[in-house]
Design a protein around this ligand. Structure first.
Ligand code: CP
Length: 315
């Protein structure tokens, strides 16, 4: 495996190998010596052409824990803000000897364009492209679900996940649907009709417009951010109406199954898609998702750049 562009490119064995490697690396991170020498001498560039907190910081932490050199590059403050093309940016990074580029871009397909070009010879990791995919987020979400609910099984067979909210604009939802399906979980999408993508009937999911009916039948409630910055139109009447029908409120929390967990990729709109007290409740694993993100991103870099999983006996 050279690139991570889409969950659709992964076999079940490859996805499980990343999750297993992340489990081993999490043990290292919990120990006294957090650093491994595995990627010493490698250079990883974080190329973020869209804002990010969690993904950018956790890829940086992951690379540093594997002893790689890290170059952080964001559009703001770079020549990309002067109109420099993706090609010229990539050629510059190649000239600097980048072994991997972690790219977030507003254009769906930008990481694939980079990977298929002659501009760069290293690995390309999609850190979120437009409304297309966010594969490392889906992998850390699967890692978190497995840790809490799989009862020792390697995959997520039999688990039921509700993905709730702004699916239309969500690359997190697209990657999660693919990965949850690959790992044997079933998915129900809960959203207003206006926030469902065209072609949802071809997705391997069921669809519900009734959050109250769906919430008691699942093991995981994965809330999505309402992506106001991508909305040029009115997709719901107002914030109060949205919260009433599709928000995870304290009242709805009471309808959840006893062991069910609450997830959110962040950043959250507290009070819109999720109530503040629910986000901070004992059922919420939202902060843990961020911590798990470091181990999973270490595993992605390890598998792509060291060429093996820890389960296969890597260094
Ligand atoms: N979940 C996620 O991608 O968060 P950031 O935008 O902060 O990276």
């Amino acid at each position: 495996m050279r690139h991570l562009l889409s969950i659709a490119d992964l076999s079940k064995a490859q996805a499980l190998s990343i999750l297993d490697t992340a489990t081993e690396l999490a043990r290292v991170s919990d120990g006294a010596v957090k650093k491994l020498p595995t990627l010493r001498g490698k250079t990883i560039v974080n190329l973020f052409a869209e804002d990010s907190t969690r993904t950018r910081i956790s890829f940086e932490a992951a690379a540093k824990r594997l002893s790689a050199d890290v170059i952080n590059f964001s559009s703001k403050g770079s020549s990309a803000s002067k109109g420099e093309s993706l090609k010229d940016t990539a050629l510059t990074l190649q000239a600097m000897g980048a072994d991997a580029v972690v790219i977030r871009h507003g254009a769906s397909g930008a990481p694939a364009r980079l990977a298929s070009s002659e501009w760069m010879h290293g690995s390309v990791i999609n850190a979120g492209d437009g409304t297309h995919e966010h594969p490392s987020q889906a992998l850390l979400d699967a890692f978190t679900i497995r840790k809490h609910l799989s009862k020792g099984a390697p995959d997520l067979a039999g688990l039921r996940v509700a993905i709730v909210g702004d699916v239309l604009h969500s690359r997190v939802a697209r990657s999660n649907v693919l990965l949850l399906n690959l790992l044997g979980a079933s998915v129900v999408i809960v959203a207003p009709p206006t926030l469902l993508p065209v072609g949802i009937e071809s997705w391997p999911v069921s669809v519900s417009y009734d959050f109250d009916a769906a919430i008691g039948a699942v093991d995981v409630v994965m809330m999505l951010r309402v992506q106001q910055e991508r909305m040029n139109d009115l997709f719901y009447p107002n914030a109060r109406e949205y919260s009433r029908y599709f928000g995870l409120t304290s009242q709805r929390l009471k309808l959840m199954n006893a062991p069910a967990i609450i997830m959110h990729p962040g950043p959250m709109n507290r009070g819109l898609e999720i109530a503040a007290e629910v986000a901070d409740s004992a059922r919420s694993v939202i902060v843990e998702q961020v911590a798990n993100g470091v181990s999973v991103r270490m595993a992605i870099l390890y598998v792509l750049l060291a060429g093996q999983s820890l389960k296969e006996g890597g260094s």
